[in-house]
Structure formats: C-alpha cells, structure tokens
Design a binder for this molecule. Structure first.
Ligand code: ATP
Length: 262
C-alpha cells in the first residue's frame, strides 16, 4: 500500500476571468518511507498539490489517499515545512518544536514531549539552542527547527514546499545532509516541492516532473543511488546523466526545444 496515492486528480480555480485549470490528470504514488521530489515549471500547480495532500483543499475530480484513507478534509497527521519557517517568536525553539504534539497528543506528559523534541533537536545539531527565541537563530538554524517541528509527531507524510529555497548554497547543502541523516535515523515518507534539480536527486527516491499548467504527471525518475549519499555524489557521471534527463523534461514541460531531439 502506498502511503500517498493521488489518482487522476483534476482541479481548476475560479477566477474573475473564469475557471483556471491547474491540475489535469495528476497521478502520484509514494510508498511508505519513500521521499518523492516534485519539480515542474513555475506556476504549474505544485503548491496546489501540497494543499490537496494536506487536505486543505478538495480536488474537483479524482482522489487523494493518505495512509490508506481517502483525504476529505484537513489532517492533523501531516507535517509541513515551507520556505519561511514561520516559528512563533513568543515561544522558545523547544516549545515551537513541541507545538504539534500539543495538538496531536494532548495527553502526552510534558516531559515526554520535551524528550521527543530534544531527541530531534540533537539530531539536527540544535541541542544547546532549545531555550533561544527564533530571532536569535540564523536562517539555517530556524529551518532546522522547523523540520524538527514538522516531524515531531511522526506524521503520515512530511510535506515540504521549497523549504531550502531562501537559504544560501552552503547552508542549503548542509540542510540536505541533515535531511538525509534524519531519514536514516527515523524513516518518514516525504513529498518535497523544489525548483532545484540537484536537490531533487540528492534527496529523492523518485523525482516526479509535472507538465506545464494544467499539470499532469509528465515523467518519473527513479533515483537509483545508494541510501548513503555523500554530497560528492552530485558530481558523478551517474547523477550528471539524471540531471540531464530532468533538465530536458523541464524544457519539454515549458514547451521549449530539447537539444538533440528530432
Ligand atoms: N486560490 C487561488 N485562486 C486562483 N488562482 C490560484 C489560486 N492559487 C493558485 N492559483 C494559480 O494557480 C496556478 C498554480 O499555482 P501554484 O501555486 O499551485 O503553482 P506552483 O507550481 O507552486 O508555482 P511556483 O512554482 O511559482 O511556486 C498559478 O497560476 C496561480 O496563480
């Protein structure tokens, strides 16, 4: 059973100019514990896809299944991380990370919540910063805390919309490694929206390329790399070839010519 299953989803937004078709026959299947990266042209409907999986929107047609259940409304059992970490300034880092447990597991004793949050903060290198306020941390550290908050309650799926997009290149690469280390320590199912093809290959078990709007599933790349991925793997010929394929697929999605194509 796939953990996330999207079946022939179609959706249009109502706009003043009439319906705007955004998704048209989207199919996606993410097995439990897998990491699915989604790429596609700007404005093709990637964020719309995250809202559908989180149950924040219902599709006009088609079905979204999560952990064997049809998604009919907002779900507590998803974790979300965005480009802007949106941490609450009046709470410490520890209390920000604990927040989902207060909602999902209200009867859990505080000492257990603290232990769970500290375990994650330690894994991402933030132990010692738990009593700081968000504004006292760097952007990369805030995003680390936000990732801890997104998985603290062991969600059915971690949904991320460009979580590393605002970070500088070195911090971003650090966070990629943190993400892989987190997954090795504690496997979770993830759906990542990104514009960065290297990121999609480094983090993904599969990379789904969406077509231009209205988006459908245009291409799926199986990332056949070992689970243990040093950053240097991005400079191998194997990854170079994967990136080449993805770049061509994005060009096709954008309706641009592909070099060497007949
Ligand atoms: N609530 C809404 N009402 C009307 N149109 C919307 C709404 N939300 C998004 N859109 C439009 O739907 C299209 C898809 O939006 P979406 O944010 O899903 O795309 P995206 O692929 O995530 O974009 P980007 O790559 O630029 O982040 C865009 O043209 C957007 O303007």
């Amino acid at each position: 059973m796939a953990q996330v299953e999207i079946r022939d989803v179609r959706h249009a937004y109502s706009t003043k100019a009439g319906p705007l078709p955004v998704l048209d026959g989207l199919e996606l299947s993410v097995p439990e514990g897998d990491f699915c990266a989604v790429v596609g042209p700007s404005g093709c409907g990637k964020s719309t896809l995250t809202r559908l999986v989180a149950g924040l929107m219902k599709p006009d047609e088609g079905e979204v299944w999560l952990h064997g259940e049809l998604v009919k409304g907002p779900r507590k059992t998803v974790g979300m991380a965005f480009q802007n970490p949106v941490l609450l300034e009046w709470r410490t880092i520890l209390d920000n990370v604990i927040l989902p447990l207060e909602i999902v597991a209200p009867s859990m004793p505080r000492k257990d919540r603290v232990a769970r949050a500290m375990e994650l903060l330690d894994m991402v290198g933030l132990s010692g910063f738990e009593n700081k306020r968000p504004s006292e941390l760097s952007g990369g550290m805030r995003q680390r805390a936000s990732l801890c908050r997104a998985i603290v309650h062991k969600p059915d799926v971690l949904i991320m919309d460009e979580p590393f997009g605002a970070l500088d290149a070195f911090t971003r690469e650090d966070l990629w490694q943190t993400m892989r280390a987190l997954r090795q320590a504690e496997p979770f199912t993830a759906l990542l929206i990104t514009h960065d093809l290297r990121e999609s290959v480094y983090l993904g078990d599969q990379v789904v390329v969406l077509s231009g709007r209205p988006a459908r599933t245009q291409y799926v790349l199986d990332v056949t790399l070992p689970a243990d991925r040093p950053l240097d793997i991005l400079y191998t010929q194997e990854v170079g070839e994967m990136l080449h394929v993805l770049r061509d697929q994005i060009k096709i999605a954008q309706g641009r010519p592909v070099e060497g194509a007949a």
